[in-house]
Design a protein around this ligand. Structure first.
Ligand code: ADP
Length: 377
């Protein structure tokens, strides 16, 4: 009898705590929730071979509603950082604040509530193979004790949102990779979270499916105002949907900023190394004909690099008028990232010298003479 009384009292306290946490979450949500702040964060793992410093000196703010990408080589600390946001990983020192609340101080109830506010999707989807799509998506609601009818309504809603109507009773083994990730996304959204963490969410998918999943994530970000934090080793994923990118190197911040700026004019060697596979080499036929000295009657081959910060982007007629000679486009690629044109162009022009390159400031990010050619290439 006494035990029953104690249990009842504990349950009442826990219920009150959960209600208070839920009220806090609702208040945060009303204030445009979904911001994350890292303060002097560090994480050291103790392993059999000694201490591993996975994260150091992380001071960062992820504003609510942002699509925020984290890149870095393998072992740079991406996963560790992502997992501190829902406290799957506890920092060794420093703080993580979600909507201004220090999550390191959360008790069990507040932690449960936090994890409902933060959905997560994974590279290998983490679906239960013995359960149908409907059951997989419903699971977090079942665990939370939500009434059956509400569960059915919410599952219908999220499956429609991710474009999986009609797949309710299918088992995961009958789904494509893209469909499995859609189930993962539906399950992550079932509690109406304010933050979605994506751990290499498209790494197991082919390029076309990757694009469709990224489009879905962008749509969700826009329609629900959800903050999305993703880690990836695919630069194309960052370029496709992220607004801000953080580059981690050996557990520290190498650089952070708008994607068009960081990708257009990387400041850190780690960023340049990660972007290397995206930069194109000079085509072989052009390289074979380049000579170091100007050739009478020949042309100079220039490499023009656009970082996205120049006024107006690439404009060949303007370039010709600045150089005072006609300019021929030989080769190149210009991408648009967040409305900024960036990339590299190879052009041929007559009578251009190193001194002329200085006149190009403001029109191109940087320019260099690759060499000279005797005849038209
Ligand atoms: P990334 O996601 O960029 O590959 P991680 O965050 O997984 O990097 O790992 C960062 C560093 O921490 C690596 O050196 C990794 O080996 C180490 N590490 C990660 N998790 C553990 C763990 N549970 N125990 C020991 N070392 C770990």
């Amino acid at each position: 009898m006494a035990a029953l009384t104690v249990d009842t009292a504990v349950a009442a306290v826990r219920g009150a705590a959960a209600q208070a946490a839920a009220a806090k979450a609702r208040a945060a949500s009303a204030a445009g929730a979904g911001s994350v702040r890292f303060e002097a964060l560090a994480k050291t793992y103790q392993s059999a071979t000694g201490a591993v410093r996975a994260l150091e000196d992380i001071d960062l703010e992820i504003p609510a509603g942002r699509i925020y990408g984290i890149i870095g080589r393998s072992g740079a600390g991406k996963s560790s950082l992502l997992r501190t946001i829902n406290r799957l990983e506890r920092p060794t020192s420093g703080r993580v604040l979600v909507d201004g609340q220090d999550i390191g101080r959360f008790d069990e109830d507040a932690l449960v509530e936090l994890r409902r506010r933060i959905g997560m999707i994974f590279q290998h989807f983490n679906l239960l193979s013995a359960k149908t799509v409907r059951e997989n998506v419903a699971l977090p609601l079942v665990v939370a004790g939500v009434p059956k009818r509400q569960i059915a309504e919410r599952v219908d809603e999220v499956l429609a949102l991710v474009g999986l109507e009609g797949k309710h009773n299918v088992y995961p083994s009958r789904l494509s990779g893209g469909q499995k990730q859609r189930v993962g996304i539906a399950r992550a959204l079932v509690h109406k979270p304010e933050i979605l963490l994506c751990d290499e969410a498209t790494s197991a998918l082919d390029p076309e499916t990757t694009l469709s999943i990224l489009k879905l994530l962008r749509d969700i970000n826009r329609s629900l105002g959800l903050t999305i934090v993703l880690i990836t080793h695919e630069m194309s994923v960052i370029r496709e949907i992220c607004e801000t990118v953080l580059v981690l190197e050996q557990g520290r911040i190498a650089e952070e900023g708008p994607v068009w700026q960081v990708f257009g004019a990387p400041k850190h060697d780690a960023t340049r190394a990660l972007l290397q596979p995206l930069s194109r080499d000079i085509p072989e036929d052009i390289a074979a004909r380049l000579v170091p000295q100007p050739v009478a009657g020949g042309e100079t081959v220039l490499e023009l690099h656009y970082t996205g910060g120049e006024s107006g982007g690439p404009d060949l007629s303007r370039l010709a008028s600045v150089l005072g000679t006609s300019v021929r486009l030989l080769h190149g690629t210009i991408d648009r990232i967040q409305g900024h044109a960036q990339g590299t162009l190879l052009v041929a022009a007559r009578g251009v010298s190193e001194d002329d390159l200085a006149t190009l400031g403001g029109h191109v990010g940087s320019a260099r003479i690759l060499g000279h050619v005797a005849t038209d290439v």
